[in-house]
Design a protein around this ligand. Structure first.
Ligand code: HEC
Ligand code: HEC
Ligand code: HEC
Ligand code: HEC
Length: 167
């Protein structure tokens, strides 16, 4: 109704952000909902474009391809390892603790195994963010829309102040 006037004024309405989403493999108290996809946002996806059955022989191949990834995730002095999350053979997938494949678009299933309280809050809407529409279909951010899985903690920072400094 963005073209209609209200109180004799026209009300500017922000255009809805159209982002790709998929039906979540979970339900909450309101039933099914959707979650923002991830695969198109992941620069190195598809992983299988490099991860084939052929052994890698190039020197420093790991450093050249994944040297930017530093794991700051896990308990003090016990960083998680790649295969706590990534499928060992099928790199295009994540893996849960029971060895089941998890699609990158459904990475909340991976995080939720260890962070079940945050996942429960996320399901209910107390953690994370809903995209547009309070009325229509529920679409929410994925865990990795906000958190970098390799270094998920947000850096502490001071709130910015916009007031004139007092002297
Ligand atoms: C440009 C090529 C390339 C792409 C794309 C790529 N990888 Fe790799 N990856 C490598 C190479 C080379 C290695 C090191 C040799 C090996 O283990 O096969 C490696 C190693 C790894 C390892 C093992 C790291 C270790 O410390 O042993 C993991 C896990 C991994 N890749 C995950 C992924 C995932 C997940 C993706 C997709 C999101 C991906 N890779 C995409 C080239 C690539
Ligand atoms: C806590 C779980 C977890 C651990 C541990 C982990 N990853 Fe990941 N990784 C993920 C998830 C989830 C994504 C997809 C992120 C997204 O949705 O953007 C990802 C993405 C990636 C990508 C694609 C990133 C890009 O932007 O191209 C690569 C490559 C990768 N991981 C390699 C590794 C390697 C190598 C290790 C070990 C040194 C590792 N990961 C450890 C969960 C993990
Ligand atoms: C295999 C278990 C495991 C998985 C899977 C996992 N995490 Fe973690 N995560 C941990 C552990 C262990 C810690 C460290 C907890 C602590 O220090 O109390 C942690 C810490 C964190 C923290 C920082 C917590 C704090 O209090 O500062 C965040 C945020 C986080 N993880 C988000 C994620 C997200 C997002 C995913 C999915 C991409 C994920 N985790 C997947 C085990 C896991
Ligand atoms: C809209 C962005 C957003 C989404 C989506 C999101 N988080 Fe968070 N998460 C945050 C912020 C912000 C914090 C607080 C960081 C702080 O206090 O330093 C946080 C904190 C955490 C923590 C630290 C403990 C705590 O509760 O403060 C964990 C663990 C965590 N998130 C896991 C998850 C998991 C698992 C998902 C998906 C099911 C998820 N997050 C989805 C933004 C998000």
């Amino acid at each position: 109704m963005s073209n209609e006037t209200f109180d004799n004024r026209s009300v500017p309405v922000d255009k809805q952000v159209i982002q790709e989403s998929v039906l979540a493999k979970e339900e909450n108290q309101d039933g099914p909902f959707r979650v923002l996809t991830r695969k198109k946002m992941i620069g190195r996806y598809k992983c299988s474009s490099c991860h084939t059955a052929k052994p890698v022989t190039a020197n420093s191949a790991l450093e050249l391809t994944h040297g930017d990834i530093a794991i700051e995730h896990g308990r003090e002095g016990q960083a998680l390892s790649c295969i706590d999350c990534h499928h060992l053979e099928e790199r295009d997938f994540l893996e849960d603790k029971k060895g089941r494949k998890i699609d990158f678009d459904h990475s909340y299933q991976l995080c939720g195994q260890c962070h079940f309280r945050q996942k429960r809050d996320w399901l209910g809407g107390a953690h994370g963010k809903r995209v547009a529409n309070w009325g229509g279909e529920r679409v929410v951010f994925n865990c990795t829309t906000c958190h970098n899985p390799h270094s998920p903690r947000f850096k502490k920072r001071f709130p910015a102040t916009y007031s004139v400094p007092l002297d």
